[in-house]
Design a protein around this ligand. Structure first.
Ligand SMILES: Cc1ncc(COP(=O)(O)O)c(C=O)c1O
Length: 405
């Protein structure tokens, strides 16, 4: 794969490249998109071939897939060293669906869900839409480094009825240590509450870091744990809404499977099943190359910012293709610029001060930090899942815009 040759996604029905959506967050419809969490790379060649052959067949009736998750089991064993019988791997119609179903099955109305923050915005909407309450637990942050504060985590969990964890973490890219994972599992166990671990970004950990599935660590802890993962980010097939769940006890698995079957939501659609199978059986080399490319891109970004604009700090993530960038040094100046020129920064109602500034002044559309929690206004989330060349040019424009203030 040549990741330097990212796909041209203009006019491809992509939300990330949709001009109205870009204007909504950046106040500039012409800004280049570095926001929504999918990548601009083509999927693995066998996955592309599978898609082309499906389209070419012109036959889109009910598929004859058996409920066979052996390819998924082989992937998880090879990639993360977690040995699972395929019967323990349950298909779900996307990761958010799996979280919502788990929330509805294993907590009740009015219950409190503890979620580490900064958080992927749907984690805030899930409690709201499902009649639950949110306990927002801030990760520690200092000088570019996010970390789990165990003492505060345990304290905040005293009131929680469920924990919704994200590992590796979106938006920081933080990869948690085995000790941290063991700690949060023990907190859940002590309180006898369910912990859900969203691991959608786990296959994209960069060289030098190691992801451990929560369910694997839980094998010697014994908490009530739901581990969720998906091929969507890994292989850039997020439009297929395909995910997998592993529940730590037979009773929990039975509850989950019965609910999916009652809702007729227990089988993938035609192309989701086909693309996921191709990806998990043939995607290992692609994945290795991609992790290396993304690791190199973060190194490039870090070095560029350190040298040219130390006031913009890339945080300590080691996974996936999104990162928080701390722009706190410039926040006041940027705020004065944006509020002082309402005509220039008109629109962008779905964004914030920083996303409107970078949208208009640099032509770069990023997610504003406030999207992940109001206290993260000093940050932007930047999606570097594209060619290094595009990333570097965007950073150059952003740094130039900041320095021109
Ligand atoms: C942490 C996390 N969970 C879930 C999702 C969405 O998953 P799905 O599209 O499978 O519902 C995303 C997408 O950005 C994500 O970053």
């Amino acid at each position: 794969m040549n990741f330097d040759a990212a796909a041209d996604r203009r006019n491809t029905n992509s939300i990330k490249w949709n001009r109205d959506a870009i204007e909504n967050i950046s106040a500039n419809p012409a800004a280049e998109p570095f926001w929504v969490a999918d990548m601009d790379f083509f999927p693995e060649p066998h996955v592309q071939e599978e898609g082309r052959s499906l389209a070419g067949l012109g036959v889109y009736g009910y598929p004859s897939y058996p409920k066979d998750t052996s390819a998924v089991a082989a992937w998880v064993r090879m990639k993360h060293g977690w040995i699972l019988p395929q019967e323990k791997i349950i298909f779900a119609q996307g990761l958010l669906h799996a979280i919502c179903l788990s929330v509805n099955l294993f907590s009740k109305k009015g219950d409190k869900l503890l979620v580490p923050s900064p958080m992927y915005r749907p984690f805030r909407l899930i409690p709201e839409r499902n009649g639950r309450n949110l306990i927002e637990h801030d990760l520690d942050y200092e000088d570019g480094c996010f970390s789990l504060n165990r003492e505060r985590f345990e304290k905040d969990a005293q009131d929680a009825d469920m924990i919704v964890f994200c590992s590796p973490q979106n938006p920081s890219g933080l990869v948690f240590s085995e000790d941290d994972l063991e700690f949060v599992l023990n907190v859940a166990k002590k309180r006898d509450i369910v912990i859900i671990s969203d691991e959608i970004h786990s296959d994209l950990v960069h060289p030098g870091a190691k992801h451990l599935p929560m369910g694997l660590v839980n094998e010697h802890v014994g908490a009530k744990c739901i581990t969720l993962f998906a091929p969507s980010k890994t292989f850039n097939i997020a439009g297929e809404h395909c995910a997998f769940a592993v529940l730590s006890t037979p009773e929990m698995q039975d509850t989950f499977e019965k609910a999916e079957s009652a809702l007729w939501l227990d089988e993938p659609g035609l192309s989701a099943g086909a693309l996921a199978a191709a990806a998990y059986t043939k995607g290992f080399d692609y994945n290795k190359e991609l992790c290396r490319y993304l690791g190199e891109t973060t190194e490039m970004m870090r070095k560029y910012l350190e040298k040219n604009c130390p006031g913009m700090i890339m945080v300590n993530g080691q996974a996936s293709f999104v990162t928080f960038i701390d722009c706190g040094t410039y926040y006041q100046k940027i705020e004065s610029e944006v509020l002082g020129h309402p005509d220039r920064y008109q629109g962008g109602a779905g964004g914030g001060i920083l996303s409107r500034f970078f949208g208009v002044a640099a032509g770069v559309a990023v997610n504003d930090g406030t999207w992940f929690g109001s206290e993260w206004k000093n940050f932007i989330r930047f999606n570097y899942g594209t060619s290094k060349d595009r990333v570097l040019k965007a950073l150059e424009r952003m740094v130039k815009a900041v320095k021109a203030l």
